[in-house]
Design a protein around this ligand. Structure first.
Ligand code: HEM
Ligand SMILES: *[C@@H]1O[C@H](CO)[C@@H](O)[C@H](O)[C@H]1NC(C)=O
Ligand SMILES: *[C@@H]1O[C@H](CO)[C@@H](O)[C@H](O)[C@H]1NC(C)=O
Ligand SMILES: *[C@@H]1O[C@H](CO)[C@@H](O)[C@H](O)[C@H]1NC(C)=O
Ligand SMILES: *[C@@H]1O[C@H](CO)[C@@H](O)[C@H](O)[C@H]1NC(C)=O
Length: 533
């Protein structure tokens, strides 16, 4: 036995290694040749390659990890493109032995989202890095599994409840109750950002589970029914667990195919706590305790609860957890970040606020208790211009990605002038640099860095250069829901406050964990309007 071991280990290990390396080299050369021939057959030309600073691209890898940790991953991507040329919009990047393509060309983005060809889907790295937290649901699945999820979830968003203004009204009231002005009409300096995150969490939990976690106002929480075999979930920590969990996911994403190198006890803990909470709602529903999660509205109408609708189609507790968790995740931080940026920019552009306010008072009246209808919200186009400009400048989701499910091409970026198609081999990841695309001066004009909602008045036809909610078959299901919530808050703010003053003298600080949000919060002072009734 000992004899065998001695003979076996160093020698055969070395031999094995040599054979393995030789095989790897051989098959990689063969694959390169095949791709070359395939690219030529399709009339493709190569696109520019980001020069490496060392033989293996280690510097690049470390730079991009460092940028991610400093909350500036997407910005780093934009700078890399600019470092080659302002006129180059599609490049190839090599990180260690991993190739990826990066594009900020709307035509290529269109091709990535095109539903006819179905040549692209989300990547397995996304699935793998997110799986411990979200499980496999609409956000993280591919192919047939995704189709199944989409078919299950999508009909829920077509229903009238997505424009349920009662939900928006109640939680907006909770939010504005947190803002108190002194006798001179001014509030103290305050940070609005946490209020918006609480608002987003409160509305989305009520929409999904029929039970608002009332992060804004814990006293308003209804008593939870007991569920057999379950400890009461920790509602207070939900926000923190989500924030911490997402930072881990972001970091795993930045490691590309080496995502598995990143694991931690803290990440496991966050995942477990979040699962406990969602499982509690799921079991509550399945064991018939759901009656207690306040399902009737004050006016006696039956409240729409997304989880209960899903439970009509499936009683698999894991599936219910996976799907509702995807939605919880999708709906909280995006809406919170968007609202934060809207008021961040309004505070810095007083003339925009006063224009917005006079339009709102004109169309909705000046009383913060006026009736607001869904049609009215839709008709108020300046609100949309402000929201679109916020999306454009701050890019709530600043990076997206797709992976080629078969050999395919993108229409532009190849050849000396970038006008030739380029070849994308099966399995290649394409980073879609939405932030970079929304900051191209050749598309948006020389004032591209300026916050100017009026640019949307000029009858601009938007295409793939502006896709805040994604595009194609996997586009956002919560678009209407988010718009309603955001519009609603804007209207109530305008009615109640006549001035908003920026109290943050510092330069912009960022916080990027999948979504882009202001890292220094939204530090403002608000002045209450006189004529409120
Ligand atoms: C400001 C708010 C929001 C923004 C900016 C936003 C943005 C996006 C984007 C860019 C995608 C596409 C991801 C991709 O291409 O892979 C997406 C997908 C999705 N969003 Fe949103 N979202 C927002 C709010 C919401 C809300 C409130 C919900 C639900 C309550 C929601 C549910 C979803 C779902 C289910 C998907 C996945 C669709 C699929 O893969 O089939 N989103 N969202
Ligand atoms: C992607 O990479 C391939 C090969 O590595 C290259 O031929 C192609 O031009 C690149 N395309 C993009 C979109 O960068
Ligand atoms: C839910 O996600 C988990 C991973 O967390 C996975 O193991 C399971 O198969 C998924 N279940 C369903 C039914 O989607
Ligand atoms: C605002 O952006 C949306 C995409 O989110 C787009 O459909 C719409 O046309 C834009 N509005 C205007 C006025 O351009
Ligand atoms: C987030 O938005 C801000 C405001 O426009 C911008 O300066 C910053 O570069 C964005 N950050 C990322 C990571 O995209």
């Amino acid at each position: 036995m000992t004899f065998n071991m001695r003979l076996l280990s160093p020698f055969s290990f070395l031999l094995g290694l040599v054979v393995l390396v030789a095989y790897k080299v051989f098959s990689s050369i063969r694959e390169k040749r095949r791709q070359h021939a395939e690219a030529a057959r399709r009339g493709c030309s190569p696109c520019p390659v980001l020069p490496r600073k060392d033989l293996f691209g280690i510097t690049q890898f470390r730079e991009s990890i460092r940028a991610t940790r400093a909350d500036r991953g997407p910005k780093y991507v934009a700078e890399k493109l600019d470092s080659m040329s302002k006129d180059i919009h599609t490049i190839q990047v090599r990180v260690l032995d991993y190739d990826l393509n990066v594009t900020r060309d709307p035509e290529n983005v269109r091709a990535c989202f095109s539903s006819q060809s179905n040549d692209f889907d989300i990547g397995v790295h996304r699935t793998q890095s997110w799986k411990p937290l979200l499980g496999v649901g609409i956000f993280t699945s591919q192919g047939e599994a995704w189709k199944h999820s989409r078919a299950l979830v999508r009909p829920q968003f077509a229903k009238e409840q997505v424009s349920d203004l009662d939900l928006a009204e109640r939680h907006t009231r909770d939010l504005t109750n947190k803002i108190r002005a002194g006798s001179d009409g001014w509030t103290e300096t305050m940070d609005l950002q946490p209020l918006f995150y609480n608002f987003a969490l409160d509305t989305v939990t009520e929409f999904l589970f029929g039970y608002s976690v009332h992060a804004q106002n814990p006293d308003a929480r209804a008593a939870l029914p007991t569920v057999r075999g379950f400890d009461e979930p920790n509602l207070l920590e939900l926000g923190v667990n989500f924030d911490k969990g997402k930072r881990w996911i972001e970091e795993r994403g930045a490691f590309y195919k080496w995502y598995w190198l990143i694991s931690s006890k803290d990440f496991d803990y966050r995942c477990r706590e979040i699962h406990k909470l969602v499982d509690w709602f799921v079991y509550c529903r399945l064991q018939g305790g759901a009656k207690n999660t306040d399902p009737t509205l004050p006016d006696g109408r039956k409240k729409f609860i997304l989880l209960h609708e899903l439970a009509k189609d499936t009683q698999d507790p894991l599936e219910l957890r996976n799907e509702s968790l995807s939605l919880l995740f999708a709906g909280r931080d995006t809406v919170g970040a968007l609202l934060g940026w809207v008021f961040y920019f309004l505070a810095r552009h007083p003339h925009v606020y006063s224009k917005l306010r006079s339009i709102v008072l004109d169309q909705f009246g000046s009383s913060p208790t006026s009736e607001i209808s869904f049609q009215q919200l839709k008709a108020c186009s300046y609100i949309t211009h402000v929201i679109n400009e916020t999306f454009r400048v701050a890019a709530v989701i600043p990076l997206n990605e797709r992976v080629a499910v078969r050999d395919t091409t993108l229409p532009r970026g190849g050849g000396p002038d970038g006008s030739r198609p380029i070849f994308i081999p099966k399995g290649r990841q394409v980073l879609i640099a939405t932030y970079a695309m929304q900051h191209r001066a050749d598309i948006w004009g020389e004032d591209v860095e300026e916050f100017r909602p009026e640019r949307w008045e000029e009858g601009r036809k938007v295409g793939f250069e502006f896709i805040p909610f994604g595009a194609g078959t996997r586009s956002c299901l919560g678009q209407q829901f988010s718009h309603t919530e955001t519009d609603y808050i804007i209207v109530r703010f305008c009615q109640r406050f006549d001035r908003i003053e920026n109290m943050d003298p510092g330069p912009i600080r960022l916080c990027h964990a999948i979504e882009n949000r202001s890292g220094s919060g939204v530090q403002v002072r608000l002045h209450e309007a006189e004529d409120k009734s």
